[in-house]
Ligand binder design. Structure first.
Ligand SMILES: Cc1ncc(C[n+]2csc(CCOP(=O)(O)OP(=O)(O)O)c2C)c(N)n1
Ligand SMILES: [Mg+2]
Length: 328
């Protein structure tokens, strides 16, 4: 599949937005301004931008702990600064600063939230997917998950049920080669994890996760299949995280040269080359994208820095459903 020049330029901007967003998150995490653990998806932008671009607003999204990019692109443009503010733990954040990096949700766009418990959203997603069938809508449910997460028992049980009931689910398996410090080949007998799909009689596909066009093509096919009642698909996007598991992990477990070889396959660089070589996009047009994104992300950071901390008086809000709350 080949995207038009304008489509590819838009996806390019999405990927640059994710990267600049995460670079700022990393900066303020290292400064200590952002509290808690931060997991960055730098290097994996084509998977996140491609998945987000393949879904509509009423599709259910379950991003994972490395899923800032999907959360950001799924939110309404005017809410994007609030994604940043949430990560900063501020009162103006999408969830009033209660969630932080690992617990952001935005139910109005059916971003059901990421979660620190690996494999848990795979179970919850059965419910949203079943709701689509029950309510006769064509909304699909997309879960992003890692290569390590696939080994959770919940994945077996859930995929078995989803396949048997032909639920409209996309298992978006982002294979970045590592689960913390363990390479996926040390914990799985298959050389490609998409082979798991055979056990559940559903399609499984290996995708070049650093090629935005390949991601959109494969994900779009799986979305269409799910919308038409064809059931789940397991998509294995091959990619690599440039940072360690969390911001601050030196990632000493990686063999020498591995990171450098993946940087050669940088999804942003590849899209830029395609834009310039195949579509004749000028350097100045590319620069304009970067300038626009820089200004945008800077405005999110300023908003977050200037926002107030949560009010301790509201610490128990959301414990009971009938309490009037802020931050929604
Ligand atoms: C049930 C559970 N077990 C263990 C952990 C600790 N943990 C957090 S992330 C992670 C590795 C996840 O690896 P993968 O699924 O490949 O995702 P990636 O971090 O590479 O994006 C582990 C073991 C957890 N959060 N939840
Ligand atoms: Mg992984």
């Amino acid at each position: 599949m080949t995207l038009s020049k304008d489509q590819l330029l838009q996806r390019y901007e999405d990927m640059v937005l994710i990267r600049r967003f995460e670079e700022e998150v990393e900066k303020y995490s290292k400064k200590g301004t952002i509290p808690g653990f931060i997991h960055l998806g730098i290097g994996q932008e084509a998977t996140q931008a491609g998945i987000a671009a393949s879904l509509k607003e009423t599709d259910y999204k379950f991003p994972d702990h490395r899923g800032h990019g999907i959360i950001l692109l799924s939110s309404h443009p005017e809410d994007r600064k609030r994604v940043m503010a949430e990560i900063f733990g501020k009162r103006t954040g999408l969830n009033g600063g209660r969630g932080g990096s690992m617990h952001v949700n935005d139910l109005k766009v059916r971003d059901m939230g990421n979660n620190a418990i690996q494999g848990s959203t795979v179970v919850t997603a059965l419910g949203t997917a079943f709701a689509s069938v029950y309510n006769h809508t064509d909304d699909v449910t997309a879960i992003s998950m890692g290569d390590g997460t696939l080994g959770e028992g919940t994945c077996h049980e859930s995929m078995n049920m989803a396949a048997t009931w032909k639920l409209p689910i996309l298992y978006c398996l982002i294979n970045n080669h590592y689960a913390i410090s363990t390479r996926y080949t040390e914990t799985h007998p298959q050389s490609q994890l998409a082979e798991w799909a055979q056990g559940y009689c559903v399609p499984g596909e290996v995708v070049d996760g650093n090629d935005i066009e390949a991601v959109i093509e494969a994900t779009g096919r799986a979305v269409q299949r799910a919308r038409e009642g064809g059931g789940p698909t397991l998509l294995e996007y091959m990619t690599y995280r440039w940072q360690g598991h969390f911001s601050g992990d030196p990632a000493a477990y990686r063999p020498a040269g591995e990171l450098e070889s993946w940087k050669e396959k940088d999804p942003i660089k590849r899209a830029r080359e395609k834009l310039m070589d195949a579509h004749g996009v000028a350097e100045s047009e590319i620069q304009a994208v970067h300038d626009r994104v820089d200004a945008e992300v800077e405005s999110y950071v300023q908003f977050s820095l200037e926002s107030p901390d949560p009010d301790p008086a509201y610490a128990t809000a959301h414990v009971y459903a009938d309490i009037e709350v802020e931050g929604r």
